[in-house]
Ligand binder design. Structure first.
Ligand code: PMP
Ligand code: GLU
Length: 418
């Protein structure tokens, strides 16, 4: 006789139970399920390059696997991979970081999550400033670490960028950090260097505030859209370098999302901060796949031409998407000059109804109706911040024919609303 299962009475940790699931991953799963049923879905959901990982990077990992590199390695990664990262951060970004102050993590996502745990003392009322619209995972991760997320909204009129004055206005004695993400997911914009420097000027006056700079889209900046635009790392500012934690990774620049390779670096406390981080990582996940180490070295040493090829393609798509969006009724958008997102405002669609009778009363309803009625997956704005309830995110990390098809359907959809 099988024993009857007794239901557990142990509740899941309430911070986890309260946490929302990732909206970007949820939309992606929904679109994949529809595709599996044979629906011709255009996927503007997930932020993931459509390109394959460059061949020489794959070859480096294959060689490593074949030569038996299949064992544990030091928690923060192999010395040569950490040296390649430190060298990149010093030479390209001007960040004064030693290789011992770098750790390779399971995606940039893990690096962001654990950096927040390092910064925030639960129960102390610690605040982290988050310029919004911002990536869906930041707020849940700040809250899970026990912090309060202080959203500062970048206005549509200012191209979704927050100003130094806005940042200055929300700093309190409880502020422990500000999370910067330029180029931005979901806004698809990169801050001009002088605007980031103005924010750095404000932070420099408040020694209790650390900067967590998520630079995962660093390589995807489009001077083709905004002449002269370039990337700047706050960790290179001598006033801030000792309290800036820089996060980056292989996912976006090298089309390596599935490899799960990110990294974190900071010279803070003469390397003491990273020692603590590595201790935490050692208890939680340990090193990333050992055979990935030579792939990191290969990407950072010889990958520039591949990165540039993909960047140029994204720049062309950014221009194409904006050209198409501005012709559509009831949508307003800012031209993307970074990352691979457009974040149109759909306010003019509010209160209207689809031909199948669905009321558009928010971005969630818009995205659901667009997927159900026109088979286009986009991410609704709600989870990107309070100010983003009337936006949708379009990821244009897909081929131009897909972009053309998806935007034609989007145009038909917004035109059909009554
Ligand atoms: N930061 C931002 C802004 C992102 O969009 C993403 C999404 N991939 C990540 C971090 C995490 O990247 P990964 O974990 O793939 O390195
Ligand atoms: N960051 C990507 C996105 O925003 C991948 C999914 C995720 O991790 O959120 O779509």
């Amino acid at each position: 006789m099988p024993t009857l299962a007794v239901p557990t009475t142990v509740p899941v940790n309430s911070s986890i139970a309260r946490m929302k699931e990732s909206a970007t991953l949820a939309v992606t799963a929904r679109a994949a399920a529809l595709k599996a049923q044979g629906v011709d879905v255009v996927g503007f959901g997930v932020g993931e390059p459509d390109f394959d990982t460059p061949a020489s990077i794959k070859a480096a990992a294959i060689r490593a696997l074949e030569s038996g590199r299949t064992k544990y390695e030091p928690t923060p990664g192999a010395a040569d991979a950490r040296k390649a990262i430190a060298n990149k951060l010093q030479v390209e970004n001007g960040i004064p970081v030693q290789w011992q102050q770098v750790s390779i993590t399971c995606g940039a996502k893990y690096a962001v999550a654990m950096a927040l745990h390092m910064l925030i003392e639960p129960g102390r009322g610690d605040e982290v400033i988050l310029p919004t619209p911002a990536w869906v995972s930041y707020r849940p991760l700040i809250e899970l670490a026990g912090g309060r997320c202080i959203e500062v909204a970048g206005s549509f009129e200012n191209g979704f960028r927050v100003t130094a004055e806005q940042v200055a206005a929300v700093i309190t004695p409880r502020t422990v950090g500000i999370l910067l993400n330029s180029p931005s997911n979901p806004c698809g914009i990169a801050y001009p260097v002088e605007e980031l420097r103005a924010i750095a000027d404000v932070v420099a006056d408040h020694p209790q505030v650390c900067v967590l700079s998520d630079e995962i889209y660093e390589k995807l900046v489009y001077p083709e859209v905004t002449p002269g635009l370039s990337h700047w790392s706050p960790g290179s500012d001598p006033r801030l370098s000792d309290r800036t934690i820089t996060v980056n990774g292989m996912s976006k620049a090298y089309a390596m999302t599935g490899w799960r390779l990110g990294y974190i670096a900071t010279p803070a406390n003469g390397g003491g901060w990273m020692k603590e981080f590595i201790k935490l990582q050692g208890q939680q996940t340990n090193n990333v796949s050992s055979f990935a180490m030579p792939a990191i070295v290969e990407a950072l040493t010889n990958g520039a031409a591949d990165v540039e090829r993909m960047r140029e393609a994204f720049a062309r798509r950014a221009i194409l998407v904006h050209q198409r969006l501005v012709t559509m009724p009831r949508l307003s958008s800012v031209a993307s000059n970074g990352a691979f997102y457009s974040f149109p405002d759909i306010s003019a669609c509010m209160g209207l109804t689809t031909p199948r009778g669905r009321l558009i009363d928010g971005a969630q309803a818009f995205a659901e109706a667009l997927l159900d009625e026109h088979a286009v997956a986009v991410v609704p704005g709600e989870d990107f911040g309070e100010c983003a309830r009337r936006n949708i995110r379009i990821s244009f990390a897909c081929g131009e024919p897909q972009i053309e098809k998806g935007l034609s359907r989007l145009g038909e959809f917004v035109t059909s609303l009554r």
